[in-house]
Each structure stands twice: as structure tokens, then as C-alpha cells.
Ligand binder design. Structure first.
Ligand SMILES: Nc1ncnc2c1ncn2[C@@H]1O[C@H](COP(=O)(O)OP(=O)(O)OP(=O)(O)O)[C@@H](O)[C@H]1O
Length: 261
């Protein structure tokens, strides 16, 4: 890889004090090229979300470095440039949208903060892009389904015209019936805009659908990096990775369906 757009170098994160101190992310490094989708996968508690939060700058208490376009980012306060170019989509759209803010306000606030022009037009365009009628701008979160809420959360990220999306289990809080719709939307906007994704999930079907390269995490470490082609053709080296893949019935179903991208 010649150029990494987003990069983690030797990330370490611990929680707690003294004897209660737990080292939950251990020397995690990865490089993601512009336009590439990289997935972090592993069982619950292995440290995936903690890695993502450190990369996003939501947890400043890490050792190691996060680089955007080759430039190391300050830990405590990401600059305006990073905050515009790197956006995050959270697992639970119920929690990530303010209940008393109309969609219009959710989408116009970041435009205001970052001094964008043509607000009305940008809001209409992004709503259409995420599959919502522009009239949804006048709805409150409680007037939306779970899938529609996650579409608004994705619109909020996209409206900043970012280059990188950090996606933390973006479908796992949704009904199974709408999970595929949201995944397809994420794949579509990634292609349309040439976005770079760092996607965290415990679900191999989700990761294989979206990502070209995968980091397998166990106990806070990336134990193996492999391409989704290698995953599909069963070329995992580590026994734990093979076990994880074998145990993933959903992944087997995705393989059968042939929709793993
Ligand atoms: N703010 C925190 N304070 C203390 N411990 C934490 C904190 N955040 C996470 N942890 C612990 O760090 C470990 C890794 O958590 P993390 O959420 O990163 O795992 P994960 O792989 O994303 O799991 P899941 O898929 O269940 O979210 C867990 O043992 C968790 O309890």
C-alpha cells in the first residue's frame, strides 16, 4: 500500500486503576488505503469498539498514534480538519439521535459549525441519497423506524462530505429485515463517494459484505489480517480465525448467497 488515509500505530488502551487495571487493546496497528473498507472482527469484549473510539478521538487515553493522511492526530482534541473528514456512525440510532431535535436540526447543525453554504439543498440531497424523502426533514426521531433513524444517522455523517466513516456495529441494533437494507446503503454510498471505511462488527456476514480486508481480533490484539477473498477460500492461518469462521453460520449463509463483496 503506497498511501494510508487512516492509520493506527501501536494502539494500547487500558481501563481502571492499579490492580483493577485491564489492558484491553494491545499493540493494535493497521493501515487503510483511500477507498478501502477495512473490517475489525472478533467476539464481544475483544476490544473492537475501544479501538474505534480511540481512532475517532472519543477516548483520548491511549498510547500509540492515529494518523490521518500521514499526520499524527492530537489525542485530546482532534482538529476541525479531522472532525470534518472523519465521521462516525454508532450502533444504536435510538441513542445517537437527540429525541427533541428534528431531522432538519440534526443535519443543519454540523453544516453551521463547519461553515457550509447551501444548507437546505445539501439536506435535501443527503436525505435522498440515504433513501429518505426530503419531507423527512420535519420529523422527530420518535416518528421514524429504526432503519429510518439509522439512515438519518448516516446522513448526518455524510453531510460533512467526509472521506472516512468509522462504523461501529451499524446494523446490529436493527431488525434483521432492515439490516441488509442498511448494509446495502453503506456499500452504495461507499462506491458513489469513494469513501474509506473502518467497520467494526462481530458478524462475519456483515464484514464480508462490505470489507476487502479484515483484522481478526482476540483478547485485544489483531492476531491475523486477511483479505475477504482469503476468508472465502478458507485461507485463514490462525486456528482461532478458522474456528471463528467455522462457527459463523451467518457467514456460511452469505457465502452460499454469493453476496460477500
Ligand atoms: N469505558 C470503559 N471502562 C472500563 N472498561 C471498559 C470501558 N469500555 C470498554 N471496556 C472494557 O473493555 C473491553 C473491550 O470492550 P469493547 O467494547 O471494546 O469490546 P467489543 O469487542 O467492541 O465488544 P462488543 O462487541 O460487545 O461491543 C471489555 O472488557 C469492556 O468491558
Amino acid at each position: 500500500m503506497t498511501r494510508a488515509l487512516i492509520e493506527a500505530v501501536g494502539l494500547n488502551v487500558s481501563f481502571g486503576e492499579e490492580e483493577d487495571r485491564h489492558h484491553v487493546v494491545k499493540d493494535v496497528s493497521f493501515r487503510i488505503a483511500p477507498g478501502e473498507c477495512y473490517g475489525l472482527i472478533g467476539e464481544s469484549g475483544c476490544g473492537k469498539s475501544t479501538v474505534l473510539r480511540a481512532v475517532a478521538g472519543l477516548n483520548a487515553d491511549y498510547d500509540g498514534a492515529v494518523l490521518l493522511d500521514g499526520r499524527e492526530q492530537p489525542k485530546a482534541r482532534r482538529g476541525a480538519d479531522f472532525l470534518r473528514r472523519v465521521q462516525m456512525v454508532f450502533q444504536d440510532p435510538y441513542a445517537s439521535l437527540h429525541p427533541r431535535k428534528m431531522v432538519e436540526k440534526v443535519l443543519s447543525e454540523p453544516l453551521q459549525i463547519h461553515g457550509f453554504d447551501r444548507k437546505r439543498q445539501r439536506i435535501d440531497e443527503v436525505l435522498v441519497q440515504v433513501g429518505l424523502d426530503p419531507a423527512f426533514r420535519f420529523r422527530y426521531p420518535h416518528e421514524l423506524s429504526g432503519g429510518q433513524r439509522q439512515r438519518v444517522a448516516i446522513a448526518r455523517a455524510l453531510i460533512m462530505e467526509p472521506e472516512v466513516l468509522l462504523l461501529d456495529e451499524p446494523t446490529s441494533a436493527l431488525d434483521v429485515s432492515v439490516q441488509a437494507e442498511i448494509l446495502n446503503l453503506l456499500t452504495q454510498v461507499q462506491r458513489d463517494r469513494g469513501l474509506t471505511y473502518l467497520l467494526v462488527s462481530h458478524d462475519m456476514a456483515v464484514i464480508a459484505h462490505v470489507c476487502q480486508r479484515i483484522g481478526m481480533m482476540q483478547h485485544g490484539r489483531i492476531i491475523e489480517e486477511l483479505t475477504s477473498d482469503a476468508v472465502r477460500s478458507g485461507q485463514a492461518q490462525e486456528p482461532y480465525t478458522r474456528e471463528f469462521l467455522n462457527a459463523s453460520a451467518a457467514f456460511a449463509a452469505a457465502l452460499e448467497g454469493g453476496d460477500a463483496a
